[in-house]
Ligand binder design. Structure first.
Ligand SMILES: *Cc1c(COP(=O)(O)O)cnc(C)c1O
Length: 376
């Protein structure tokens, strides 16, 4: 294949809309370009006429959308001459930071909450050679420490408070519009720090040729206006886990708890931006219980063959409820972001399936019986 046809990541793909110059060394692992899958079986069970799509971000290089932000944040850090990056993480940011730092040849320091990160994510941070610092505290405590330590040591923060992260993540919205030929009517996301919902809104706004106060680069006064690609922007809907739902409470939550560890966040870093997104898009926030989240995760795996981690399923749990109730009306096109791959958290998956495995003797009769007894 000619070199020019090879997909080389989202900065290259959307170069004209990214904060890089012709000479910038791009730190990429071929992130982005994830499938937009139309659900076929779940909508039929709803009795509602909706076009429901999944943006399967678990298929990024390290298994979550964080790669979109990390390629841009690490590219910028290297361009600025930084030798080390740092983040607080519920898991996926640390996995992405570790991988992109390895690619760039710099050091990644990651602060994670002791005992509260999914197994796959911990494995990734460790195997890529990040310096993993477990803290006896939650994500919010880690984030506060990262902000302080970055003032006293030569490290670049690559959490989503780094505006380059959102510039990378906005490309998910571009891809959706490119794939559908238009923006969807509704876009549903799980919300933790609210960086991703903000980034999507920035992307949709840019493609619609409209300003948004949520963009730190423009703050409603875009210095780099681009030609519009689509006429409209979607309604943005953010779903939180009920035990970690500051946007529903209207204030920060000090002891967030949920099985969806990726969104176990009580002090969202993009608090103001997310409210801007809600207002500008005429969207809303809602919450899902852990039981609803796990049920949606299982439904996707069993009915559609799509395996996401629990936090990701929050978008589908919420969207299905709002479609059933009519809050998302019939005839709508809806995109749900599945933020991370199911293999990130094998423990939670297996725990949901206790009793689903048969153990028999290694003998033809026993295997045949097991098959015939379980034909549907
Ligand atoms: C980071 C993350 C989220 C939350 O995204 P925010 O930008 O913090 O709102 C949701 N799901 C998964 C799998 C994540 O890794």
């Amino acid at each position: 294949m000619p070199e020019s046809k090879r997909y080389t990541g989202l900065i290259e793909k959307y170069r004209a809309r990214m904060p890089v110059s012709a000479s910038t060394r791009l730190i990429s692992l071929g992130e982005g370009n994830t499938p937009l899958i139309r659900l076929e079986n779940i909508p039929a069970t709803l009795g509602k006429d909706v076009e429901l799509y999944i943006k399967y971000e678990g298929l990024n290089p390290t298994g979550s959308f964080k790669d979109r932000g990390m390629t841009m944040a690490v590219t910028q850090a290297v361009a600025e001459g930084s030798r080390a990056i740092i983040c607080a993480s519920t898991g996926n940011t640390s996995a992405a930071a570790a991988a992109y730092a390895a690619r760039a040849g710099i050091t990644a320091f990651v602060l994670i909450p002791e005992g509260k990160i999914a197994l796959g994510k911990l494995a990734q941070a460790m195997i890529h050679g990040a310096v993993v610092i477990q803290i006896r505290g939650n994500f919010d405590a880690g984030m506060a420490l990262v902000k302080e330590v970055a003032e006293q040591t030569p490290v670049t923060i690559v959490n989503s408070i780094n505006p380059y992260r959102l510039q990378g993540q906005k490309t998910a919205a571009f891809e959706i519009v490119d794939a559908l030929g238009r923006a969807p009517d509704f876009h549903c996301l799980p919300v933790g720090n609210a960086g991703n919902i903000t980034a999507h809104w920035i992307g949709y706004s840019e493609y619609a040729g409209q300003q948004t106060a949520a963009c730190a680069f423009c703050a409603g006064q875009c210095k780099y206006p681009h030609p519009a690609v689509t006429g409209k922007r979607p309604v943005m809907v953010g779903y939180q886990a009920a035990g970690a739902a500051p946007f529903l409470r209207g204030h920060m939550v000090d002891h967030p708890e949920t099985i969806a560890t990726a969104i176990r966040i009580g002090h969202p870093q993009s608090w103001e931006h997310a409210w801007t997104v809600q207002k500008e898009s005429a969207g809303w926030f809602d919450e899902c219980t852990d039981a609803e989240i796990l049920a949606a995760q299982k439904l996707l795996t069993e009915k559609e063959g799509i395996f996401c981690e629990p936090a990701s399923a929050t978008s589908v749990a919420g969207a299905l409820r709002d479609i059933r109730s009519g809050k998302i009306p019939q005839g709508s096109s809806v995109v749900c972001t599945l933020t991370g791959h199911g293999l990130k958290d094998p423990d939670t998956a297996i725990r949901q399936c206790q009793g689903d495995m048969l153990t028999v003797d290694a003998e033809l009769g026993a295997v045949k019986t097991a098959i015939l007894d379980n034909m549907t």
